[in-house]
Design a protein around this ligand. Structure first.
Ligand code: HEM
Length: 238
């Protein structure tokens, strides 16, 4: 009697497909149907390839969602709230950087079988990375507006960091966001070199060396330049 009551008590209450509320809430039926079945695969490593890419897309979706809200907080002068979300967003990029190495479990020769079924699929069409490109500039603009509003330059902010603790913290998170993206690119570049080589072209005709050049690109150059200026200023004061 007691057992039956417990069973009923914990019966699923959410709408949608799935035996349990876990499956219904997380929509696991749909999620787990998003990868090729063994019968559909050209090579068994397609599951590894799809899992790594699909989960990267999810983490990038979350990262950009947090950056957009953080930008709204910066505009409203709510720096602590922005800082909290930017920490989470940078952690997302760290996660996808770590997991990219899962693809090094594929043999370069066997990957050629996977590559044949990718069509013209290219990372340049990654919705997650295109979102990174979209949400990053407004974050930079909102930050610079605040710095200007305080009557400061970035260099002055760094020199007087203790007087502007939160704004300084925000500046450091912007540089961290930028740095984490660069580090992802560096790891991705080495992965690509390791799997298909550094002197070949990608599925959309892009030479792999272009990926190497992208590693040097930064989204917040003023924040990096400020370091040079601080070093020059310190030398003047010596
Ligand atoms: C075996 C694994 C991989 C190979 C061989 C590979 C190869 C390439 C190549 C050759 C390009 C240049 C564009 C092209 O012609 O396609 C590229 C770009 C790109 N790939 Fe991958 N990739 C791999 C894994 C990944 C993963 C796991 C992601 C995660 C989302 C990813 C995201 C990107 C992005 C965002 C770009 C655009 C370049 C950038 O903005 O830095 N790739 N990839």
């Amino acid at each position: 009697m007691h057992e039956k009551m417990t069973e009923e008590e914990f019966a699923p209450i959410l709408p949608g497909p799935g035996e349990s509320d876990y499956e219904r809430y997380l929509r696991t039926d749909e999620l787990l149907a998003l990868q090729k079945t063994p019968e559909e695969m050209a090579h068994r490593d397609e599951l590894l390839f799809q899992t790594t890419h699909q989960s990267s897309e999810l983490w990038l979706k979350l990262a950009c969602y947090e950056v957009e809200t953080a930008t709204a907080h910066v505009r409203a002068g709510e720096l602590a709230a922005a800082i909290r979300l930017l920490r989470r967003a940078t952690a997302c990029i760290e996660l996808i950087t770590t997991q990219i190495h899962m693809l090094e479990h594929m043999s370069p020769w066997e990957y050629q079988e996977v590559r044949r079924v990718l069509g013209h699929g290219s990372g340049f069409d990654s919705p997650g990375f295109n979102a990174v490109r979209r949400v990053t500039p407004p974050l930079g603009e909102a930050f610079h507006e605040l710095v200007r509003g305080e009557g400061l330059t970035v260099v002055e902010l760094y020199r007087r960091g203790r007087e502007f603790e939160e704004l300084y913290g925000l500046a450091e998170l912007l540089i961290e966001w930028d740095e984490r993206i660069t580090l992802w690119r560096a790891h991705h570049f080495k992965l690509v070199e390791r799997i298909i080589g550094g002197e070949v072209v990608g599925t959309q005709g892009t030479p792999v060396e272009v990926l190497g050049n992208l590693v040097a690109k930064s989204r917040f150059p003023e924040l990096w330049r400020a370091r040079n200026e601080l070093t020059a200023l310190a030398q003047l004061e010596d």
